[in-house]
Ligand binder design. Structure first.
Ligand SMILES: Cc1cc2nc3c(=O)[nH]c(=O)nc-3n(C[C@H](O)[C@H](O)[C@H](O)COP(=O)(O)OP(=O)(O)OC[C@H]3O[C@@H](n4cnc5c(N)ncnc54)[C@H](O)[C@@H]3O)c2cc1C
Length: 432
């Protein structure tokens, strides 16, 4: 659909095949971006009409490099681009002599008009006849739009409608404190509109619909990227960690509060000295069978949790990733549910501290912060134990063949010393 007009316009240009091969993918992204921006922008006299937008998209699809043509002096243009610009000019000239959009010389308006379900109107497809004998490109904008909406079209439309509401839009000029407060309030609007529960289990009021959840989430970025990512932290990271790493007991206990935003929370994995290399994180959770508790501890500065969304202000709880140590053996990184702040005072609980990451280069509606733990005790059952469990006596077990194999290697007397790790790994970097 897209390559054919491209082929016609490029003729025998150098690199023609490479451009044709590349262009369909690029064009889909371009059309999608342009369409989304157009749909999201408020009605105003300066907003292009649907037909003008269709014409513009047709130009882009057929001419590829066109947006830069007008700005670049001819002498500096690559040969291919120069040729394309010439085509663009000819195309513009032709259009003044063409029948209206969507009509081939022999067609009528009636037989070329298609419903545009993406915007709830009807429109003519952006086709044009050419008096130069070159077959005119025909792009059915409505059909292309529908195609790009994909499997989760209804969810995307609902999410776009929500993102179009002014109370969810970014307000320029806010301080980061004000932006954070606004983003937090916006999360409540998402909850009230059932926009963020799709991925959670049916048993707690969700829909177990993961694809739809991702599709709906994607669309929220149009309103304000901070709103989208703060929602991603709350429900996509924190909530999903409880959902996917926890078991039914954890779901019942915490997911309702997470879904309703009564428990704003964090996904506390990254450490100042341990980012991509998650296996090296140095926070430990050491099991104490005497009290049936894990003792969560930050052994040095580079093991502070860092850049954690919701940690600076809003987070009442967190899923904390730490090296699980029981019976003197380190079983690797596991996830633990921890309360962070007193819900009444919003003060950190004993043994927990942190800092605000402050103003960032972007996403300032999210309160990223640092966390550290000094021998904080949590119940054994706070281990999100879907893939690894510690019994009351401290025995470790895992349904995962890889984890079980690693654990049995660690339990073998000949290799126990190699796996023993009550001391934290050495820091990757030195920090003040
Ligand atoms: C705005 C923001 C919000 C965040 N929110 C959270 C959050 O809520 N929870 C959380 O846990 N974390 C969060 N993070 C942390 C984020 O997950 C880390 O920044 C990320 O994992 C990268 O770690 P790093 O910054 O230490 O970079 P590093 O891991 O040090 O990487 C530095 C550079 O080295 C490259 N690199 C790293 N390893 C390799 C390799 N093996 N081979 C080749 N190249 C490599 C990387 O691509 C990168 O370019 C957030 C970060 C930001 C910026």
């Amino acid at each position: 659909m897209i390559a054919r007009p491209m082929r016609n316009h490029l003729g025998d240009s150098a690199g023609r095949e490479a451009v044709i091969g590349y262009w369909p993918n690029a064009a889909i992204g371009l059309v999608r971006n342009a369409g989304e921006q157009w749909l999201a922008s408020p009605e105003s006299p300066s907003k292009p009409g649907q037909e003008a937008m269709a014409r513009q998209i047709t130009d882009w699809l057929c001419l590829g490099l066109a947006p830069s043509c007008a700005r670049q002096p001819r002498a500096r243009q690559h040969r291919l681009q120069h040729r394309t610009c010439q085509n663009q000019r000819r195309n513009r000239h032709d259009r003044t002599r063409r029948p209206p959009l969507g009509r081939s010389p022999n067609s009528t308006a009636r037989d070329t008009t298609v419903p545009n379900t993406a915007v709830g109107k009807t429109s003519a497809p952006a086709a044009a006849g050419s008096s130069s004998g070159t077959p005119a490109p025909v792009v059915d904008v409505a059909a292309l739009g529908e195609l790009l909406l994909g499997k989760w079209a209804e969810t995307r439309r609902a999410s776009r409608a929500l993102a179009g509401r002014p109370e969810l839009h970014k307000t320029e000029g806010l301080t980061h404190t004000e932006h954070r407060q606004r983003a937090f309030g916006q999360l409540r609007i998402l909850v009230e509109n059932g926009a963020v529960h799709r991925a959670f289990p049916v048993s707690v009021g969700g829909a177990d619909e993961h694809g739809g959840n991702v599709a709906g989430f994607q669309e929220l970025v149009i309103a304000d990227p901070s709103l989208q990512i703060k929602a991603g932290v709350q429900w996509g990271l924190f909530g999903s960690a409880v959902n996917h790493l926890g078991t039914a007991e954890h779901h019942e206990k915490w997911l309702p509060g997470i879904m309703s935003l009564d428990i704003p929370g964090c996904f506390a994995m990254t450490e100042t000295g341990h980012g991509s290399d998650v296996a090296s994180i140095a926070t430990t959770a050491t099991y104490d069978p005497a009290t049936e508790e894990f003792v969560v501890h930050t052994p040095f500065r580079a093991a502070w949790k860092d850049y954690i969304g919701n940690a600076a202000v809003d987070g009442l709880a967190a899923v904390v990733f730490a090296q699980l140590v029981t019976q003197g053996v380190n079983h690797g990184v596991h996830a633990f549910y921890m309360d962070l702040r007193d819900p009444g005072t919003k003060e950190f609980l004993p043994g927990i501290g942190g800092e605000d990451d402050g103003v960032k280069g972007g996403l300032n509606g999210i309160d990223n912060g640092r966390l550290h733990f000094t021998h904080v005790r949590i119940p054994r059952t706070n281990l999100l134990n879907r893939y690894g469990n510690v019994d009351a006596d401290g025995s470790y077990s895992s349904p995962s063949p890889a984890r079980a194999a690693a654990s049995s290697r660690c339990s073998a007397p000949w290799s126990r010393a190699a796996c023993r790790s009550t001391a934290p790994p050495s820091p990757r970097r030195s920090w003040p």
